[in-house]
Design a protein around this ligand. Structure first.
Ligand SMILES: Nc1ncnc2c1ncn2[C@@H]1O[C@H](COP(=O)(O)OP(=O)(O)O)[C@@H](O)[C@H]1O
Ligand SMILES: [Mg+2]
Length: 153
């Protein structure tokens, strides 16, 4: 997947606080649809889980969102199901498939994968790419890229 070549639409936001990252996640939720996959990149502490909390809020999910680092996949029910995944601890893509993750990419809900680069080969070509860079103690740059539509290469 070459994110630069396939990007059809890209926007950047600067977040100055955890709350602002939550709000960006909430906004992102409105731009997703049934079956969307969000590949979420950024180092430890970048704010990936924080962004997913906002996404969950945008999907009307009342549950507390916790990092699925150990469980690999957490499912929540909102206006659409949310599959919150974390590939950080995986040793292989096979392990992700075994956990049922790949199948969910093609399911009815919205999939969000933290550390998506660890399972790069499994990420669908039409996934939305969200990248968070740490630009200061409380500042983050969030870059969202939408791929070109499949039928319009
Ligand atoms: N602007 C910001 N956006 C998101 N998190 C921030 C921001 N500034 C500081 N933080 C802190 O960074 C950490 C992000 O944690 P988390 O969302 O779990 O990151 P990740 O899932 O990428 O490892 C939290 O402790 C949060 O309070
Ligand atoms: Mg996390």
């Amino acid at each position: 997947m070459n994110s630069t070549e396939r990007a059809a639409f890209r926007f950047e936001r600067v977040s100055a606080s955890p709350l602002e990252t939550l709000e960006i996640g909430e906004e992102l939720a409105a731009l997703l649809w049934r079956g969307s996959v969000v590949a979420l990149r950024g180092t430890l502490g970048a704010g990936k889980t924080q962004l997913v909390k906002g996404l969950a809020r945008g999907l009307g999910i009342p549950d507390r969102i916790t990092s699925p680092t150990y469980t690999i996949i957490s499912e929540y029910e909102g206006t659409l199901p949310l599959y919150h995944m974390d590939a950080y601890r995986l040793r292989s893509e096979e392990e992700f498939i075994q956990a049922g993750g790949e199948e969910l990419f093609y399911g009815e809900g919205i999939s969000v994968v933290e550390w998506s680069e660890r399972i790069e080969g499994l990420i669908p070509g039409d996934a939305v790419l969200a990248e968070i860079d740490i630009t200061g103690p409380e500042e983050r740059r969030v870059t969202i890229q939408y791929p070109a539509r499949r039928e319009n290469p």
